[in-house]
Design a binder for this molecule. Structure first.
Ligand code: PHE
Length: 451
């Protein structure tokens, strides 16, 4: 039985890419613009930016720190923060809940990522003049959803079986920069199209009456943690693979910046694209100005955007974009699957290969249940995991890091970073901040749900 996670990232850039790969995904390109569009545009953007700084960054750092200290699966890493047996049990349960949460997240995540695969293939059937295949690929149906969800899960398992360096790092390092370039190019292009300015206005004009709206607040909090992969154990596992020599405050800043920029550029592309599409006769908004089919919004808007190109270029653009999105989904899903896998590998005699298969099969079964009960379960699981479980787990981590982890021990863990100057204002303030401010902020926002 392994007692430690023994994979390790081969380089700093490899880790940043992998952690950014976990962070950047469907949440940025599907979740962020959809949330911004349905929660008052600028108001959501403002709250999100504030929450990324006030809670996203400090909590991501906390999770990486706990992971690197524990060098084990999230449940045992959490338990290592406590010394009394009861506290250990509570900490372990929080870690365990994060493992369940990660598994559940992977179900809807695979369904969404499956849509990206089918949209990457549909331009090919369209160009080959196969209308029946094209409509099957692009129209919502249980059969299509099931097939592509399973294909996506199979892809995740294939990549994961190659291990940390060969699998996770190699994929993230090459493809992430391409996605970022494509989003920047796309957001620049869309602004030249008629109707785009109206979208810019919607995105940047905050309706201050909505800034403290419960839906906006909870949505922005959930999106913050979901986008940075906080509160699922994913970053704890990646932290476990990280060497003592790394300055976590900097690495966390790079990951946060990359993730936030991608979300920002995605919104800068997709929200104006919604207005361009509407201008071109595609129905995006209902009579009252609300969004039609928010869940599938991106899949209506993006093809409409690619259609503004003529000739073969719109097929090529669509294939490239949706393929890159699939890969962004893959690098995130890999980090999610690592969570239950790391637990099984450490707790049983099951090999890594088998553990991944077992996790993959469980996710496939759960995801199939959601596919066949889409209306009832899809939104419910998203809300439960991202807007309830993730903030509560983050709250648990903040409390354990701040209040249960012995102060001297925490300081010595911070100081143990080799070659990192920990005698700075930052490292003096951060533990106090996580102890006092983070729990209060998270609780204040969660409490909105009850009043
Ligand atoms: N952060 C990823 C995204 O934005 C999703 C994710 C959530 C990944 C939780 C890992 C853990 O798409």
């Amino acid at each position: 039985m392994a007692t430690q996670l023994n994979g390790q990232f081969s380089s700093r850039i490899g880790f940043i890419m992998a952690a950014a790969g976990s962070a950047v995904g469907v949440g940025n390109i599907w979740g962020f613009p959809t949330q911004a569009a349905s929660h008052g545009g600028g108001a959501f953007l403002l709250m999100y930016a504030v929450l990324i700084v006030l809670l996203g960054y400090p909590m991501l750092l906390a999770e990486l720190m706990v992971g690197r200290h524990g060098k084990t699966n999230p449940a045992d890493a959490m338990a290592k923060l406590a010394s009394h047996s009861i506290a250990k049990k509570v900490a372990k349960s929080i870690g365990f809940i994060s493992i369940i949460t990660a598994t559940l997240i992977c179900t809807f995540y695979s369904i969404l990522s499956g849509w990206f695969i089918s949209f990457a293939i549909s331009p090919i059937t369209e160009a080959a003049n196969l209308p029946t295949a094209t409509s099957w690929l692009t129209e919502f149906s249980a059969s299509r959803n099931l097939v592509f969800t399973l294909i996506f899960i199979a892809l995740v398992i294939l990549v994961i079986r190659q291990g940390v360096q060969q699998g996770i790092e190699r994929w993230s390092k090459r493809l992430m920069p391409m996605l970022i370039l494509m989003l920047i190019g796309g957001s620049g292009y869309i602004l030249t199209q008629p109707g785009a300015m109206q979208g810019l206005k919607a995105l940047f004009t905050p309706d201050f009456s909505m800034v403290f709206d419960t839906d906006v607040l909870i949505g922005a909090l959930g999106q913050t943690f979901f986008s940075l992969s906080v509160g699922t154990g994913a970053m704890m596992v990646y932290g476990a693979y990280l060497s003592q020599k790394e300055d976590l405050s900097k690495l966390t800043a790079y990951v946060t910046l990359t993730d936030t920029s991608v979300a920002f550029f995605a919104a800068l592309m997709i929200i104006p694209a919604m207005y361009v599409a509407q201008h071109n006769g595609v129905q995006i908004f209902a009579e009252d100005g609300s969004l039609l089919n928010a869940d599938t919004l991106v899949f209506t808007v993006l093809p409409a955007l690619f259609d503004t190109f003529s000739g073969a270029s719109h097929y090529i653009l669509a294939i490239v974009f949706f393929s890159l999105m699939t890969i962004a989904g893959l690098t995130s899903a890999i980090s999610i699957v690592e969570v239950p896998t790391s637990y099984i590998v450490e707790k049983t005699t099951i090999s890594r290969e088998r553990a991944t298969l077992l996790v993959g099969a469980t996710i496939a079964i759960l995801a199939s249940v959601i596919v066949f009960n889409f209306e009832a379960l899809f939104g419910l699981i998203i809300t439960l995991t991202t807007e309830r479980a993730q903030p509560l787990i983050a709250l648990g981590i903040a409390i354990f890091l701040g209040w249960v982890w012995n102060r001297n021990q925490l300081i010595s863990v911070i100081a143990a970073q080799e070659g990192v100057n920990t005698n700075t204002v930052f490292w003096r303030i951060w533990p106090v901040y996580v102890k006092f401010i983070c729990p209060v902020l998270i609780m204040l926002i969660i409490m909105q749900l009850f009043f």
